[in-house]
Design a protein around this ligand. Structure first.
Ligand SMILES: Cc1cc2nc3c(=O)[nH]c(=O)nc-3n(C[C@H](O)[C@H](O)[C@H](O)COP(=O)(O)OP(=O)(O)OC[C@H]3O[C@@H](n4cnc5c(N)ncnc54)[C@H](O)[C@@H]3O)c2cc1C
Length: 390
């Protein structure tokens, strides 16, 4: 066992750190206040090779291993977790094609992401099917021309800008027991207001971008698929194995959400340490007051422990260990808790200033909450862990 980063991993970390230092941190509060999608930064991240980490080398992707992917996402999240959520969403949507798609599906649906800074969406959640995704009602039905997809997905990251949607849906009818996974590319330049044409026919209707508490630099919106034509080649793997594919995707992606949590916790720790070294009360630096020092130590411990949980989970995913799911859930919960703890304690240690929007810690508190929710709320992770233990 070796806790040191290898040469490749260190060079990824150095590169993303530099990107974050130059492109994100200097303007972060200004950008976040505008609540505009940071297309320029996403494009630069793509040019720097920070997007589409899971795309196979056979279609000119980077095919970066899960441990290195976690390190890259942690570093990007240190800059902003909205930007990292949008960036990693491409892999969330595309990894199922890398894992279960045929060579020609990978060529058709993954190659475009290596050619241009495009965005993808992963469409699982529905208005009445969140934690319990088995109750979803979006479905495909067979016709003479292929399948037809109908249904509405909500809270979908990158939805307003995606060139392609990975959609999980019931097979045959809304109440079916089997799930399929289909890929829906959009037709180029077909957007009219909130409507887009699907590349093979049918309509995609987008909701307005959600006005969110935090992660305001990621885009989130609902997507409705209306009579969207799906050719056989757009169905990934076995059309009856969608539930298995969801689990494969989430096993890969939960450590990545943990990486988002670790990055945020680290940032909250650093800005708080810096502030408490500057600010004096009772004739001493805040960080030298014993009770405040104790809080800083607790924050540091949370950061370090969540990082260990993250690396263990990423190693398990990399080795395809049979118990990778339970470690992915553990890492997600531990990192979400660290992010919330460090952001909340950090705000407290900033005193009244922490409550002011010009201090980054107030943004970090808002951003932290969703880490405990998306890709499965804390209780769902505990359910997965509990099921495995007994
Ligand atoms: C910013 C953002 C981005 C997102 N991006 C995506 C995306 O790209 N693609 C996508 O498909 N989805 C996405 N989601 C959806 C996200 O994954 C869901 O919001 C999440 O899984 C929870 O579902 P829900 O909101 O319906 O909450 P619910 O399932 O209604 O849960 C509400 C609460 O009930 C409790 N609860 C739920 N289940 C249990 C249980 N089994 N035991 C005990 N208590 C329980 C928990 O306290 C939980 O917080 C995103 C959401 C947000 C807010």
């Amino acid at each position: 066992m070796d806790f040191n980063l290898n040469e490749n991993q260190q060079s990824y970390v150095d590169m993303v750190r530099k990107f974050v230092r130059n492109e994100i941190l200097p303007h972060i509060l200004e950008l976040e206040k505008k609540h505009e999608f940071p297309r320029r930064i996403i494009k630069k991240a793509w040019e720097a090779g920070i997007l589409n980490l899971s795309i196979p080398e056979s279609v000119k992707g980077f095919e970066i291993d899960p441990v290195s992917t976690a390190l890259i996402i942690e570093e990007l999240s240190y800059g902003d977790t909205g930007i990292s959520t949008s960036a990693m969403c491409n892999d969330l949507a595309n990894v199922v094609i890398a894992q279960h798609g045929t060579g020609s599906q990978q060529q058709e649906f993954l190659k475009p992401f290596t050619d241009a800074p495009l965005l993808a969406s992963f469409c699982l959640t529905e208005p009445n099917a969140g934690s319990d995704n088995s109750s979803m009602t979006s479905f495909i039905r067979k016709t003479d021309q292929g399948y037809i997809l109908n249904g509405t997905k909500c809270f979908i990251t990158n939805a307003s800008f995606a060139s392609q949607y990975t959609v999980f849906c019931k097979l045959g009818k809304p109440g079916a027991n089997l799930l399929s996974c289909v890929i829906v590319p959009v037709e180029n330049d077909s957007r009219r207001g909130n409507e887009i044409s699907a590349a093979r026919g049918g309509r995609i209707v987008l909701g307005n971008p959600e006005d969110k508490l935090g992660q305001r630099l990621s885009n989130t919106a609902s997507v409705t698929f209306e009579d969207v034509l799906i050719r056989d080649e757009q169905v990934i793997g076995d059309r009856r194995q969608g539930f298995k594919y969801v689990i494969d995707v989430l096993d890969y992606a939960r450590p990545m959400v943990a990486a988002i949590g670790v990055g945020l916790a680290r940032r909250a720790f650093d800005v708080t340490l810096e502030y408490t070294k500057e600010r004096k009360q009772f004739g001493q630096r805040i960080c030298d007051l014993p009770v405040a020092r104790d809080a800083i130590v607790k924050m540091w411990k949370k950061v370090e422990l969540s990082r260990m949980a993250l690396l263990q989970a990423a190693c398990k995913v990399q080795e395809r260990a049979p118990n990778r799911g339970v470690y992915a859930s553990l890492a997600k919960n531990v990192a979400a808790e660290a992010a919330l703890f460090c952001a909340n304690e950090g705000l407290h240690l900033h005193g009244g200033y922490g409550f002011m929007s010009e201090y980054e810690i107030s943004k970090l508190v808002r951003d932290a909450h969703i880490i405990d929710i998306y890709e499965g709320v804390r209780e769902v992770q505990d359910m997965i862990i509990g099921r495995e233990l007994v």
